[in-house]
Design a protein around this ligand. Structure first.
Ligand code: B16
Ligand code: MG
Length: 219
């Protein structure tokens, strides 16, 4: 039996800085429709599924579109986003992430992915870390988006761990809420003021030291 807890990583904004590319792609779409979205508004889109992000953005711009146009906007935003992240490789891991993943692997501490993104697998492949996750749960595997805890509960199953034995690393308000609702330990990566509901906070992974990980994974 494993005597450590498990870790569930969010992807965008935690392992890799794709958040800025989501923003640029949504912003371009909004601009094409005749309005703009701010960085503050973008905070509310982090961790939020593609469908819900578009609904939210169209609401901000007071735009109504047909179902067909909605699908078209989602797919052109995604194409634009994929073009922006096409050349990602190991060098795009956010600072400090590799050190933590290496430590977890060395100590046999299991970890999984719990991401809202439907593009998670190709991104992990590009980063060359796909094989290191015990389980990968992404936007293709869930029916309910964050802040619903479904993605993290399935990720806990892939780890064979009870929710209270899982620690979630998240950069979004919706994701921290999902982790808390799942009964997991939540760690906010990013602005402490924004992620104030998290159990622990760090600005980024360079601040997360090995002693902290050692302590928090202990059962
Ligand atoms: P996609 P995460 C989330 O990923 C992003 O934070 C969010 O901005 C994005 O809209 C969502 O994935 C869906 O992404 O369009 O690639 O399916 O942070 O949960 O890893
Ligand atoms: Mg995220």
């Amino acid at each position: 039996m494993n005597n450590t807890k498990g870790i569930i990583f969010d992807l965008d904004g935690v392992i890799v800085d794709t958040a800025k590319f989501h923003y640029l792609a949504w912003r371009k779409m909004a601009n094409d429709l005749g309005f703009d979205i701010t960085l503050e508004q973008n905070e509310q889109l982090k961790g939020v599924s593609r469908v819900h992000s578009l609904q939210q953005i169209l609401g901000w711009g007071n735009k109504t579109v047909t179902e067909e146009e909605f699908e078209q906007l989602m797919s052109s935003k995604n194409e634009d986003y994929l073009a922006k992240i096409a050349h990602m490789d190991e060098g795009d891991l956010l600072p400090g992430v590799k050190k933590v993943l290496d430590y977890l692997t060395e100590k046999n501490i299991p970890f999984a992915l719990g991401s809202a993104s439907k593009n998670a697998r190709p991104i992990l492949k590009g980063l060359k870390i796909e094989h290191r996750f015990e389980g990968i749960v992404d936007g293709n595997d869930v029916t309910k988006a964050k802040p619903n805890p479904e993605v993290f509960l399935i990720a806990a199953e892939t780890l064979g761990m009870a929710p209270e034995d899982c620690i979630v690393m998240e950069d979004s308000v919706a994701g921290v809420e999902a982790a808390n609702l799942a009964g997991m330990i939540s760690i906010g990566i990013g602005d402490k003021e924004i992620l104030k509901e998290a159990d622990h906070n760090f600005s980024d992974f360079t601040e997360v030291d090995i002693e902290f990980i050692e302590k928090i994974v202990r059962k």
